[in-house]
Design a protein around this ligand. Structure first.
Ligand SMILES: O=C(O)CCC(=O)C(=O)O
Length: 262
């Protein structure tokens, strides 16, 4: 059950963490299926890091994500939280799109990336302020700097201010351009480099139009699940540690009918 304090945090930051929302045995079974695939398709062996040759986020995982094990992402805790936050929601046919990144092979200093910051396009719906929630699920333990998704907390409030209500929905490129033109802090987040970006974006944060913004890394333990407001900016991050990051994501949409607005 999501508490009032968690709902308030979700409203303020666009992000809510459910610790241990999926049992360890279930996430372990999902990781086993990913490793089976990685071995069969790429010859990468779980116990032999020297064979981990794919550095980019791994493509071609759709078939694995259709395996029954991944239906367990829809655990009782995840379902209850979605109901508390969204009200009525649409049951997805599949629960996971997989986000798997193996470690970079060259020693690299982790930094806040300046590329691919985006919101995922979800069409506007009359009368609904919260149209969808994006789930991010940790399938293995992911330490900071280990490739977990980065989220610009607070940015969902900017999207609702800057997106043109006459549009069919919030277009990420358009928004990036508009927000960047108005705010150097954002322009340099998704266009700049240099300086201490960790300090600037993850520690200090900034108020944009009176709305606090800060970059948060979705690191944590296997089975932790994050619910993210669908308009929140986020991006992929490099994996500078020695273990793969294994996550799943999905956009859970509002059901037609009675709605909760936040
Ligand atoms: O790879 C990642 O962590 C980013 C995922 C992402 O941008 C998305 O699922 O929309």
């Amino acid at each position: 059950m999501v508490t009032e304090a968690q709902l308030e945090e979700f409203e303020r930051t666009g992000l809510l963490r459910l610790a241990g929302a999926i049992p360890a045995a279930d996430t372990a079974a999902m990781c086993d299926r990913i490793w089976d695939h990685v071995l069969a398709e790429h010859g990468m062996q779980r116990t032999e890091p020297a064979t981990w040759l794919v550095e980019q986020r791994m493509a071609g995982l759709r078939t694995v994500a259709r395996r029954d094990e991944f239906m367990r992402i829809g655990s009782p805790a995840v379902r209850a939280a979605l109901s508390d936050v969204l009200g009525e929601w649409t049951e997805p046919r599949h629960w996971g799109g997989l986000l798997v990144t193996f470690p970079l092979r060259e020693e690299t200093v982790w930094d806040v990336p300046s590329i691919v910051w985006h919101n995922d396009f979800v069409p506007f719906e009359a009368g609904a302020r919260l149209r969808a929630v994006q789930l991010f699920v940790l399938l293995n333990d992911i330490r900071p700097r280990g490739g977990a998704t980065l989220v610009l907390t607070g940015s969902h409030h900017l999207v609702s201010r800057y997106a043109d209500p006459a549009d069919d929905g919030p277009h990420p490129k358009r928004l990036r351009r508009q927000l960047g033109a108005a705010h150097p802090w954002l322009r340099e987040l998704w266009g700049g480099e240099g300086g201490d970006r960790v300090q600037r974006y993850m520690v200090d944060g900034f108020e944009v139009d009176g709305v606090p913004q800060r970059v948060v890394e979705l690191a944590g333990r296997a089975g932790d699940v994050f619910l993210m407001h669908c308009d929140t900016f986020h991006t992929a991050a490099p994996n500078c540690l020695d273990q793969p990051r294994m996550m799943a994501t999905n956009m859970i949409r509002l059901e037609q009918g009675p709605r909760r607005t936040v």
